[in-house]
Design a binder for this molecule. Structure first.
Ligand code: HEM
Length: 403
């Protein structure tokens, strides 16, 4: 029996919701969902969706009602990572042990002292590369955002310098495709399996090395708290998925946003708004993670809806960030607004562990330095700009040019 036949109160039903339209441009559907209610059942996704800000925040702040664990033993995330759950699929107290292990690598002071200088070196190298590709052919995603985000993550997880940026990028893409493989496409699982084997091969050598010579990396810190080795490996794979793809998308999102809003670009470049605040506003406006799932732990009455035990609940971060009751004229980019409190990094115990690293690497290093070195950088309208996805949404191509 479909879950929605269990409903005993008038939970709004979005029978019009079309996953294909979400893939192309989810924002019109998000607007309709927000109009429909705090919790809306979507038959096409067999999920209860939470599209408004306050209800979403409350849902995330009640993990005892909305768990990240799924009773379905073979979740996409476990399948992608070879049968194990990373911290993002565990509730506290189990989750806290793994999360606390990686926090020291990613605290603001550690970012400023250890990682930011490395992010800066990487950015110089890839701006040189972008300039070599030239203003006629440059694609900011391919020639800058992807390799910069890959190299930053290679450093953060302590992988050796022989690991090529293209390998890390491929692993990240394969894992991300696996995490959203709702149709269980066997080709995607095959790619995931191959990438997992390659990551495990690197870890086979790295783990014994880091046990003897600990460093500041995420992998080293996971080992230091004596977690079982398969737990360390799974969390490294989680970090490879989210820690590369999202910063990559934020580099292109920021340049696209500032190119299409030249007045706001001038405001930021003149120092009237900090780069960090501009970064936060772009995360709010075009959030790289559109949705994350939870599971109802009991029959729950929640914001006028009744959600049955075991139902999948979709937290629509990207929609909540366009809620006008919290962010006036939310559909508009406005770098001068206070975007703090946006849900682009989630909230509660699973709030993004890498948010300070991403803000520094993308918002305070990569994008400002791009504009410093290539002052006339702009989107090249004569070539095709492409967006893709809604679970994870970003630009797959951003042709850029300069004078
Ligand atoms: C702009 C870039 C990024 C965005 C928009 C982003 C977004 C998010 C979101 C929304 C969540 C929460 C998901 C949920 O509640 O189900 C999350 C969790 C997480 N993110 Fe990020 N992320 C970004 C960058 C990074 C980076 C650079 C790293 C690592 C270096 C990272 C590591 C993680 C980890 C480990 C978790 C799981 C935390 C936990 O379960 O406690 N993220 N991220």
């Amino acid at each position: 029996m479909p879950i929605h036949e269990n409903l005993t109160v008038d939970t709004p039903v979005a029978d019009w919701l079309n996953p294909q339209e979400l893939m192309t441009d989810p924002y019109p559907s998000y607007a309709r969902l927000r109009e429909a209610g705090d919790v809306v059942y979507a038959p096409a996704l067999q999920s209860y969706l939470v599209p408004r800000y306050t209800a979403l925040r409350e849902t995330q702040l009640h993990p005892e009602l909305f768990s990240v664990r799924s009773s379905d033993v073979n979740t996409m995330m476990e399948r992608a990572f070879g049968g194990n759950r990373p911290m993002l699929r565990k509730d506290d107290p189990e989750h806290a042990v793994e999360r606390q292990a990686i926090n020291p690598t990613l605290r603001p002071r550690q970012i400023a002292q250890t990682w930011s200088p490395r992010f800066a070196q990487t950015v110089e190298h890839w701006i040189d590369h972008l300039l070599e590709v030239g203003p006629e052919n440059a694609d900011l995603n391919r020639d800058f955002a992807a390799p910069v985000a890959s190299q930053n993550l290679i450093d953060l997880i302590g992988f050796p310098s022989e690991v090529h940026v293209d390998s890390l990028r491929r692993w990240s893409t394969d894992f991300i495709d696996g995490l959203s493989n709702v149709m269980s496409d066997p080709d995607i699982w095959a790619r995931c399996d191959a990438s997992r084997a390659e990551v495990n091969a690197v870890l086979d050598e790295l783990i014994p090395h880091l046990r003897r010579h600990p460093d500041a990396s995420i992998t080293s810190h996971l080992l230091e708290v004596n977690l079982p080795e398969d737990v360390v490996r799974t969390n490294v794979m989680l970090t490879i998925s989210g820690g590369m793809n999202e910063p990559q998308h934020m580099i292109t999102n920021m340049v696209w946003a500032l190119s299409t809003h030249p007045d706001q670009q001038r405001t930021v470049r003149a120092g009237e708004v900090s780069w960090g605040d501009a970064f936060e506003e772009v995360v709010r406006w075009v959030s790289p993670i559109g949705m994350a799932p939870r599971e109802a732990t009991a029959d729950i009455e929640w914001f006028d809806a009744k959600i049955p035990q075991g139902a999948t609940v979709g937290l629509l971060f990207a929609s909540a960030n366009r809620d006008d009751s919290v962010f006036p004229r939310a559909d508009e980019l406005d770098v001068t607004r206070n975007a703090r409190g946006h849900l682009g990094f989630g909230t509660g115990v699973h709030q993004c562990a890498g948010r300070w690293a991403a803000k520094n690497a993308v918002g305070e290093v990569a994008v400002p330095r791009l504009y410093e070195r290539i002052g006339s950088l702009m989107v090249d309208d004569s070539r095709q700009v492409s967006w893709q996805g809604w679970f994870f949404r970003g630009l797959t191509a951003l042709p850029v040019t300069w004078d």
